[in-house]
Design a protein around this ligand. Structure first.
Ligand code: G6P
Length: 531
């Protein structure tokens, strides 16, 4: 039985550390939650809730409609253990897609599949947002060996400056760039618009779109139909029952691995091994349950402490962004599954250690106590970075991690630590699967649907109505007559002049045909005309 959380006594601390430490030899992974406020009383008190959560997870894995709002099954666990899928056809389809992805990667890298104008592909341009962008970015940043496979470039936004920068960088290599357009729904505006920009530029530079374009999307989506009609180079399936934020073990994460010569089977194997470990139906034997329970206690079940992710490995700097979507889009919900207003969630931020120790860790140690730190470290230091003048960078990094962990404890701040024996494709798969399961279990504890995202729709709808308003506004101003915002509002029958101000400020910054009189500091004084 672990002693209660109390940093002041080394003997108690050590006993607690030994009692709570989770380790799996096959995974090469330790989890230490001894410096979280998880006490024996909590562990006992949570048993019934966890028994229900484990049962819910088992039902989810066997194909229950775990996402009732969208009437969908939730099957990311099947992606790394296809035989778990509810029927043989689905299992065969998953396994077949993995084989196809692997073969496609080999063909592109070996030059069997060439750019339409001849020659091997030189680059990959990946267009996708949210889960269709973050997982691939993590795979590339974390796993691509220097100089191995194709260089990757990402467009994960509709920012014209961002698009311009990437197109400028590729420029005369656009004809030999493999463009991968990724959207589960196949209708998200940002990647669709970015794709059209890329396509236009690529064709200007003599490229042939269909011979260079690949789609990753649901069968039958708008994107899928386009790719099929135009006979794009390849299409890969994004299954209906996989959400964007848990799609990294689908083509979304496997294709980047295949195109960089990364061992995608090891990645899947690590995730599958962690899935097996996190099926243990006992709280202290299950690392995902230990995580979920620690988060719950730290934030009083209401997300009152933020998760600060501090990986002590540069290659994992993007992991906090990845977790941001996984955790916040899954848990950040207004309503419980019973329709009660709960406003749940856990805020996630972070970058990497020890770098952040020279930035915001000051506040973590001395400022507002509204967080817990998740340290992540890997033990394998590369052999080509030796000790110089008695200083070995790997030892210094480890020392800084321990130092920060101790300094936090001394001021009563909570932290947990995940230690990987090795940092590789297998351990990244395990790490991702660990957090996926912890999020699923936590959602059961706080009774929210982790697999929908109704809040995202509100912003999308509002954006669509702004673009509609802009269209009508431009139509009105086409007659050349100057109008105040109030007059425009009346003619457009909108009671709110503020969106008109925002639209016209942007339009007039980009189109010299817009003439503005009055003072920008006094919006009501402004009049606009298109001459
Ligand atoms: O892959 P897509 O369908 O284009 O979706 C991309 C992303 O945008 C949506 O708005 C969702 O909130 C995300 O969960 C999703 O990953």
């Amino acid at each position: 039985m672990p002693a209660d959380f109390d940093g002041s006594n080394p003997a108690t601390r050590w006993a607690r550390f030994c009692d709570l430490l989770w380790y799996d030899e096959g995974l090469g992974l330790w989890l230490d939650v001894s410096r979280m406020a998880l006490n024996q009383r909590d562990i006992e008190g949570m048993q019934p809730a966890f028994a229900k959560a484990f049962a819910a997870m088992a039902a989810l894995e066997s194909g229950a409609i775990a996402n009732p709002d969208e009437q969908r099954m939730v099957g990311h666990y099947w992606l790394r253990t296809p035989e778990l899928a509810p029927d043989a056809e689905t299992a065969g389809h998953i396994a077949g897609e993995i084989d196809r992805i692997e073969a496609f990667g080999h063909q592109v890298l070996a030059g069997g599949l060439q750019a339409p104008g001849g020659g091997t592909f030189t680059d990959v341009l990946w267009i996708g947002i949210g889960g269709s962008g973050l997982g691939p970015l993590l795979v590339i940043e974390a796993l691509q060996a220097e100089g191995q496979g194709l260089p990757f470039h990402f467009i994960d936004n509709v920012d014209p400056q961002g698009i311009s920068r990437i197109l400028g960088r590729l420029d005369d290599r656009l004809g030999t760039t493999l463009v991968i357009v990724v959207s589960k729904s196949g209708g998200t505006p940002e990647p669709r618009i970015a794709m059209e920009q890329v396509r236009a530029r690529l064709e200007q530079r003599g490229g042939r779109w269909a011979g260079q374009a690949v789609a990753v999307t649901m069968v039958g989506s708008r994107l899928d139909r386009l790719a099929e009609a135009e006979q794009w180079l390849a299409r890969f399936d994004m299954f209906d029952w996989v959400g964007g934020r848990t799609s990294i073990t689908s083509a979304v994460g496997l294709l980047p691995a295949a195109l960089t010569g990364t061992d995608l089977r090891a990645f899947l194997d690590g995730a599958a091994a962690m899935d097996a470990a996190t099926r243990a139906a006992a709280l202290t034997a299950n690392p995902a349950a230990l995580l979920a329970a620690s988060w719950h206690v730290a934030g009083h079940g209401r997300g009152q402490r933020d998760m600060v992710v501090l990986p002590y490995r540069d290659r994992l700097a993007v992991f906090s962004r990845y977790l941001q979507q996984l955790v916040m889009e899954s848990l950040g919900k207004k309503l419980s599954r019973d329709g009660q207003v709960v406003n749940q969630g856990i805020a996630v931020y972070g970058n990497k250690g020890s770098t952040d120790q020279h930035a915001y860790v000051q506040q973590l140690r001395d400022g507002v106590d509204n967080f817990f730190v998740s340290f992540i470290e890997a033990l394998d230091d590369p052999a080509d970075i030796p000790a110089l003048a008695g200083e070995r960078p790997g030892d210094v990094l480890e020392g800084f991690l321990q130092g920060t962990r101790t300094a936090l404890m001394e001021s009563g701040r909570q932290s947990l630590t995940i230690t990987l024996r090795r940092f590789d494709a297998r351990s990244l798969g395990a790490l991702v699967a660990l957090f996926e399961r912890a999020v699923g279990l936590y959602a059961e504890l706080v009774n929210v649907n982790a697999y929908d995202q109704p809040g995202v729709e509100a912003g999308k709808l509002a954006a669509a109505s702004i673009l509609d308003l802009q269209g009508r506004l431009e139509g009105l101003l086409a007659d050349g007559a100057p109008r105040t915002l109030e007059a425009l509002g009346q003619e457009l029958q909108t009671a709110d002049p503020e969106p008109l101000f925002w639209i016209l400020r942007h339009l007039s910054a980009n189109d010299p045909a817009y003439r503005v009189s009055g003072s920008w500091a006094e919006p009501a004084s402004l009049a606009f005309a298109r001459v």
